[in-house]
Design a protein around this ligand. Structure first.
Ligand code: GAL
Length: 667
């Protein structure tokens, strides 16, 4: 069992500064030495004390296979150390030099259609290629030999945003090995994948191939197992290199940067392998909904990190260059974004990147120091932010957890977004956000993570220990494992409120339908029976809680109650009279089920009623205001231009437009 020590706080305390680390990706290999000297001064002025070095420097470190040039990195690390700047040293394995592809074309990934992805950009590696793996080990060994224990190196950053995949023959072999381990024999695999359908029956593991271009829909169990394999294979790439670091320096902090809700890696399976959780998050300043997404994503990171502090490894200070239209952040937006992450538990606030690239594909991506240099509003705002964060009182506080837990199972998301579904209108991530919205607008913190955080603590007798939660929300549990039902039932009987969103309990872990209308036991727990799903041609009316009428759009389910009571039913269309929202009292608690896509106002009302059952008040804050609690502190961010009034620490407080207020509010 891993020890959940707050490594980042430990590192921060050792440094003896109050605020979070503040920093950026630093790519000195793109610049001559005289610029490095200026960089150090500009870092000093901006209170920068944390930089990630070397992420894309493989070709500079190993210009030819086996010939290493590390002197420049010695100088860079020495310089940074002389200024007291901690280095998050990258293993540059995310982007191999062209020579690897020249010597080993099989190190290049292949798409589903067999197209090779060539060098000329970045990330052109095949995680299952022996040549790539060997080259990655070799550069790692060289860097670890030279820099383990270096006084500048505070942390190791393995690869970058692991998310590559290939469909080639190396991958096919590795996938078969993975399947053999998982299923033991081919009959078990045939059974799990339902290969009697469309004559996919496999004689042997050798008949298996990764998903490739096919005439029509691919078997969903094959797709899901391949997705699981890809995540495990990437984790294996990370672990292989992490082991090299830990083998030389057992106390080293090792991490890699996650990407929030990311489809190619199941971070629920990764979270215990990083010493510090790190994430990259790029808000869209042109879209106000970006705040909710950021808040939920940060909550996910905090939950994956088991409520320890985490690293916001990358964000943009201004504009990115990968949206069709790249509106820059204002200085105020950048400041509020950073404080949001810090309030959610990030104790390193870092950016991509320190100095804006002068050439290459990211020349139009913002940085802390823009093309125009330091005599700019952008850099001056960074200096201000660095100074302000350095005095933060939040960093000493445990990020903490919530009384509310949202289940986000990556495998359910992946299974729920394949082709051949009942509707595209049901998107698991959109459902997470819709169910989170009332909490976000009320400044109520939630935890969100894999259901294993609820079930893994189950004792051998099958009884789960008491969870710290009062309310559990399953916005869209398309794929349901039976052990979750057992844990949820105990949770409810002991007084928990459980809220379940539509189209839940539909398939098992092999994407096989749960038969018999009980949703794999989940609907039985909810006290209802489901006859079939029903995508809607047009919105229909429903009436319910307090006779209020509401619209349900795009999707409903054909339900009937068994032991639950209908709280809201459809009032028109072919399903008029069918229950839409139900509630079942069970033991000391209750289970709510929402069998359709509600307009947001109606969903807000339902969720408020459920939360009230747990004594949680979801009264909305003024528009544009975000409220986040961390330890004894509460922070209010006002994104609007006008000032707003909020109640903090029992008093009404004015928060100026595009500003923030932090108050102590002992619990
Ligand atoms: C990230 C990546 C960085 C940089 C950034 C630009 O995905 O890790 O290296 O490319 O995007 O937004």
């Amino acid at each position: 069992m891993p020890r959940y020590r707050d490594e980042l706080s430990h590192l921060r305390d050792r440094r003896g500064t109050r605020g979070p680390f503040f920093g950026a990706d630093y790519n000195p290999e793109q610049w001559p030495r005289d610029v490095h000297a200026e960089d150090l001064d500009l870092m000093d002025r901006a209170h920068i004390d944390f930089v990630t070095v070397g992420v894309f420097s493989w070709a500079r470190l190993e210009p030819e296979p086996g010939r290493f040039d590390l002197e420049w990195l010695d100088l860079v690390l020495g310089d940074l150390h002389s200024r007291g700047i901690s280095v998050d040293l990258a293993l540059p394995v995310a982007s191999p030099p062209p020579w690897l592809g020249v010597l080993h074309p099989d190190s290049l990934p292949r798409t589903r259609s067999g197209t090779t992805l060539w060098w000329g950009s970045r990330n052109q590696f095949n995680p299952s290629s022996p040549a790539y793996r060997e080259a990655a080990r070799r550069i790692t060994e060289v860097l670890v030999d030279r820099y383990a224990g270096h006084p500048a190196v505070a942390m190791w950053h393995v690869g970058n945003e692991y998310g590559q995949l290939s469909h080639d023959e190396h991958t096919a072999r590795a996938f078969r090995t993975w399947l053999r381990r998982r299923y033991g024999d081919i009959d078990a695999l045939n059974q799990a994948w339902g290969t009697t359908v469309w004559s996919l029956w496999l004689r042997d593991f050798e008949d298996v191939i990764p998903p490739r271009d096919t005439p029509y829909l691919v078997n969903p169990a094959l797709e899901l197992d391949f997705a699981r394999f890809v995540s495990d294979e990437l984790l294996d790439c990370y672990l292989e290199l992490a082991r090299i670091i830990r083998g030389t320096d057992p106390d080293a902090l090792v991490t890699t940067n996650f990407m929030g809700f990311f489809p190619l890696a199941d971070y629920g399976g990764w979270m215990d392998h990083v010493d510090v959780v790190a994430d990259d998050h790029y808000t869209d300043p042109a879209d106000p909904a970006t705040r909710l997404t950021a808040s939920l994503t940060h909550s996910y990171l905090r939950t994956l990190g088991r409520a320890r502090s985490w690293v916001l490894m990358e964000q943009a200070a201004g504009a990115v260059n990968w949206r069709p239209h790249n509106v820059p952040k204002t200085a105020a937006q950048n400041r509020l974004d950073s404080w949001r992450a810090h309030a959610h538990g990030a104790d390193a606030i870092s950016y991509f990147q320190f100095r804006q690239a002068a050439s290459g594909p990211e020349a139009f991506h913002s940085a802390l120091v823009p093309h125009a240099g330091a005599d700019t509003a952008r850099y001056r705002a960074v200096v201000e932010l660095g100074r302000e964060l350095a005095t933060s009182s939040l960093a000493g506080q445990a990020p903490g957890s919530s009384r509310v837990f949202f289940v986000h199972d990556w495998e359910s998301w992946r299974a729920g977004t394949g082709r051949g579904r009942v509707t595209d209108a049901l998107d698991p991530i959109a459902q997470n956000e819709a169910y989170y919205a009332p909490f976000f607008h009320a400044g109520q913190k939630v935890d969100i993570g894999p259901s294993t955080l609820l079930t893994d603590q189950a004792e051998p007798s099958g009884t789960a220990p008491e969870t710290p939660y009062d309310l559990v929300v399953l916005p869209h549990q398309f794929l349901l494992r039976p052990e979750l039902v057992t844990a949820l039932e105990q949770f409810v009987r002991r007084g928990g409120q459980l809220l379940i969103g539509p189209h839940s309990g539909v398939v098992d872990q092999h994407v096989r339908a749960h038969l018999g209308g009980t949703g794999g036991g989940l609907l039985e727990l909810a006290g209802i029976f489901r006859e079939e799903p029903w995508p809607l041609a047009a919105p229909v009316a429903a009436a319910g809680i307090d006779d209020a009428s509401m619209q349900v759009h795009s999707f409903v389910e054909v339900l009937r109650t068994t032991t639950a009571q209908a709280r809201c039913s459809l009032t028109e269309g072919p399903l008029a009279g069918r229950p839409l929202i139900t509630r079942r009292e069970l033991g000391e608690g209750a289970v709510w089920y929402v069998g359709g896509l509600l307009e947001q106002g109606a969903l807000q009302a339902v969720i408020s009623a459920v939360a009230a059952g747990s004594g949680i008040d979801l009264a909305p804050l003024p528009d544009e205001v975000e409220l986040i609690r961390r330890g004894d502190w509460v922070i209010a961010l006002n994104h609007g231009r006008e000032s707003a009034r909020v109640r903090l620490g029992g008093r009404d407080i004015e928060v100026a437009g595009e500003d923030l207020v932090i108050r102590r509010e002992p619990r």
